[in-house]
Every structure is written in structure tokens, then in C-alpha cells.
Design a protein around this ligand. Structure first.
Ligand SMILES: N[C@@H](CCC(=O)N[C@@H](CS)C(=O)NCC(=O)O)C(=O)O
Length: 343
């Protein structure tokens, strides 16, 4: 006898909608939830009856089928029955960093197998700049995305003129036909999926504040570098004035911000900026900026970080995260090395 009630079966089908077909990702998540439920059952012999699409998703995106028979994972025919011995294993993921969830959630595996058109597409120049933290967050979360890098400035200009970029700037992230802009907003979007954005609203606000602080800290420097964009023409920001301004920023503005940031880091006591156990998007957002300061890319001064040992340690700690280290190893291997600056 079948006890439908015990299996949580109800008359209404809550997953069926007349308007929309269930997305592959949702289907995979449902199959994963089912397997968790199955694992909790005391029975050892269980018959699972379902539709072919659901069974196909279960075998292709949720379970790892270790079977010599190639057909074991194939599409089910009407009334077809297959037997499996199911072993639940909290194994570490092969290519994933050690401190992430050992049981790979199906949406991550399914994401990897999603059709290309469903992948978010990051639009940015072929430099680290403001796109790097987003790339890194995607990699950290093992979320498949397209890292689209403009071939040259004219390609970007064309897109800018088309109106696709609401504020005419990048990074932009195209998700299912909609374009997200502003790096911090994009980071929150990716961070939520990558486990890098705290659910507690107070902690999340702290993360937001630390990210906003990056914009405040670097504002002066960005104005001197991209003065026309901010409306400061040569009539006011002459080369001589730019030089004076950058000297003041180096001597007063950046040290003030960096020492405040270092205090926040120390007070947090965990080695991560928001005082969380692991890294958050605040760390992902700041580290590429700190690296730029270390390298003196703004105005040639390579000593801006010399007095901030805790911040340089943060950069090292961040780069040592397995997913990040792996990303840079692969990046080095690939030919995508930085070309001409086009931002
Ligand atoms: N606040 C924006 C700033 C974006 C921005 O400044 N983007 C630059 C590249 S880093 C850009 O699009 N420059 C080209 C232009 O303005 O024409 C963010 O954080 O996303």
C-alpha cells in the first residue's frame, strides 16, 4: 500500500503553473530537496515514481551516476523502471575550496550545466578595475558566468551609444535579458548567491557601509584621473593642480581612510573586514583596490600601503583563499592577460 500522505503528496500541484514552465534550475533544486528527504527515510528499499523530465534532471544534475551502462542516465521511456543503489556521501567537491559547503547544492551543479543563454554575462574592459571583484565573487561561488571583455574602446563606445548601459558605464551584468549596473549593486546580487552577503540585515548594512567607504576613499583619486568625466576641465584641474591634489590625497586623504579601514579590520577580530567568520563582498570589493594602491597604479606611489600591515595581510589572506588562488593560477595560464588600458 502506498502512503501518499506520509510522502507529503497533496491533491493540488503547487509546482505547476499555467503561465510558466518550471525552470531547469528550479526543477534541479526540487530534485535535490527530494534526495535530502529520501536520505532521511528509515526504509532501505524505496520505489520512486515520477515524470521522465524530473528523473532525467535527478540523474543528470543532482546525482552522480557511477555506472558502466551509458543508458543509466538517459531519458526514461513510458513505464520504464530502473534500479539504483543510492549512496549519500558528504564528499568534498573536486575543484572547490575546502571551506565551502561539502554537499554541492544542485543549483550550483545545474548552473554549470545550464544552457549558455541563461548564464549571466559580465561586461567589462579587459583589465581588473571594477570588474575584478565581480569576477572573483562568481568564481568563489562556483557560479557559471560569461566574463565578456571588450576587445577595444570602440566596442564599448558603441554599446554606450546604444543606450544599453543605463548610465553609460561598466561593469554591467546582463541577467536573463536585464542589465544590472553599479559594481556594489552587482556585488550584492552575486554575493547573495555566492554566500558572500550576510543574511542578517545589521551585518549586511555593515558590509554595505564598508563597500560605500571604498567609493568615498577613492573619490578624490578617481576625480584626478578621470577629471573630464566629473566635469573638471583643464581650466581648473591643470596638470600642475592635479599633481598638487594627488600629493595631498597621498599624504592626507588616503592615509586617513586606510587607517580607519585598518581599525575596522582589527576591531572585527576575524581577519575579514566586516568581522564575519569568512570573507564577504566587502573584502572582495576592497582587495582589488588595495592591490592597486600597493602597485602604485594611481599615481606611481608604491608606498601608500607601507604603514598598513593588517591591510596587506588581508590582501594575502584573500589571495590564499583556495578559489581565488585557483582563479589566478588559471588566469595566468590563459592568454587573457592585461592588454592596453581602456577604462
Ligand atoms: N560607480 C560605478 C562607476 C563605474 C565606472 O566608473 N566605470 C568606468 C570604468 S571603471 C567606465 O565605464 N568608464 C567609461 C566611461 O565612463 O565612458 C561602479 O562602481 O560601477
Amino acid at each position: 500500500m502506498i502512503d501518499y500522505k506520509a510522502a507529503g503528496v497533496v491533491e493540488e500541484d503547487p509546482f505547476w503553473s499555467v503561465e510558466e514552465r518550471e525552470k531547469p534550475l528550479d526543477l534541479a533544486s526540487r530534485a535535490y530537496e527530494f534526495m535530502l528527504w529520501l536520505r532521511s527515510r528509515p526504509e532501505t528499499d524505496i520505489a520512486v515514481a515520477s515524470h521522465s523530465a524530473w528523473l532525467f534532471t535527478l540523474l543528470a544534475a543532482v546525482m552522480e551516476v557511477d555506472c558502466e551502462d551509458e543508458d543509466a542516465k538517459s531519458w526514461f521511456h513510458t513505464g520504464e523502471m530502473r534500479s539504483f543503489i543510492v549512496r549519500f556521501e558528504d564528499s568534498k567537491r573536486r575543484r572547490l575550496n575546502e571551506d565551502s559547503d561539502p554537499v554541492e547544492p544542485p543549483e550550483k551543479r545545474a548552473r554549470k550545466e545550464e544552457v549558455a543563454s541563461d548564464k549571466p554575462r559580465l561586461l567589462y574592459f579587459n583589465i581588473p578595475g571594477k570588474g575584478e571583484s565581480i569576477r572573483l565573487a562568481f568564481h568563489y561561488g562556483k557560479i557559471l558566468f560569461e566574463d565578456y571583455r571588450f576587445h577595444d574602446r570602440s566596442e564599448f563606445t558603441k554599446m554606450k551609444e546604444s543606450g544599453e548601459l543605463q548610465f553609460g558605464q561598466v561593469p554591467a551584468l546582463v541577467v536573463k535579458g536585464r542589465t544590472l549596473i553599479q559594481s556594489a549593486a552587482i556585488m550584492r546580487y552575486v554575493g547573495r548567491q555566492a554566500g558572500l552577503y550576510p543574511e542578517d540585515p545589521i551585518v549586511a548594512a555593515k558590509v554595505d557601509a564598508i563597500m560605500d567607504q571604498e567609493a568615498d576613499s577613492m573619490m578624490g583619486m578617481r576625480v584626478t584621473k578621470y577629471k573630464e568625466r566629473f566635469g573638471f576641465g583643464e581650466w581648473i584641474l591643470t596638470s600642475e593642480n592635479v599633481e598638487k591634489l594627488q600629493a595631498t590625497i597621498n599624504a592626507e586623504v588616503l592615509p586617513r581612510h586606510l587607517s580607519q579601514l585598518q581599525t575596522i579590520l582589527k576591531n572585527g577580530g576575524t581577519g575579514w573586514l566586516a568581522g564575519t567568520e569568512g570573507p564577504t563582498i566587502a573584502d572582495f570589493f576592497w582587495v582589488p583596490t588595495l592591490q592597486q594602491l600597493e602597485k602604485g597604479v594611481w599615481n606611481g606611489d608604491k608606498h601608500l600601503m607601507d604603514s598598513y600591515g593588517d591591510l596587506t595581510d588581508l590582501v594575502k589572506r584573500f589571495l590564499a583563499l583556495p578559489a581565488i588562488a585557483e582563479y589566478y593560477r588559471e588566469e595566468e595560464r590563459s592568454s587573457k592577460k592585461t592588454r592596453a588600458r581602456v577604462d
